[in-house]
Design a protein. Sequence first.
Length: 253
Amino acid sequence: MALLQDKVVLVNGGSQGVGAGIVRAAVREGAAVVLTGRRAGTGEKLAAETGARFVRADLADPAQARGSVVRTLAAHGRIDCLVNAAGLTSRGSLLDTTPELFDQHMAVNLRAPFFSMQAAVADMKARAAPGTIVNIISNCAHGGPPFLAPYSAAKAGLAGLTRNAAHAHRWDRIRINGLNIGWTDTEGEDAVQRAFHGAGDDWRERAAAAQPMGRLGQVDEIADFVVFLLSDRSGVVTGSVIDWDQTVFGGMD
């Protein structure tokens, strides 16, 4: 049987990058999928390709973050699984980050997952039904580079929230886990490398050559692991924040 057969899955930030990969993997594994994104054209194209349902939403708005769950309930009557994959990666250091940039990171990278989880868990509890949530975090939760100060702060907060919520709702049989992904080859990363780091067309090859495994993280591999965490095959695991990276944190030469 497919891993997510007959499950209702909401993927917030699912119109591109890692989120889009998760949408494709969840549909392949038998789920009814709702995906959100800010760009209607991109989201509708993916929905047409996969058979998922697209909901346009700006998750920086708490009402729309909660509303993503409400609209999933309206379409399918319940929510079994939630993935928070939306992420803002614009650059800022401790010294040059403005209050506006800081607030943007907190809104998308921390507040949006908080309130979408709030709405999803409320439905699961009301039905006395088990559920699973996976938060896409970042290895920057461990500290991050100087140019990702507000991003690292928000992702560290999301790691803490993941553990807190998992502990709070373990007796409700709601499993909540997180994935600290590393440098991943996505269209969004391509845009960031060109906009903020002056990267040329060969940046992927240059970046891959500098990695221990000779390549960047791949969306389809991450998506398959997220589906595993959402499914019953991941067993009793909850409250885990897993490092998905080729950096060994704590190791040193």
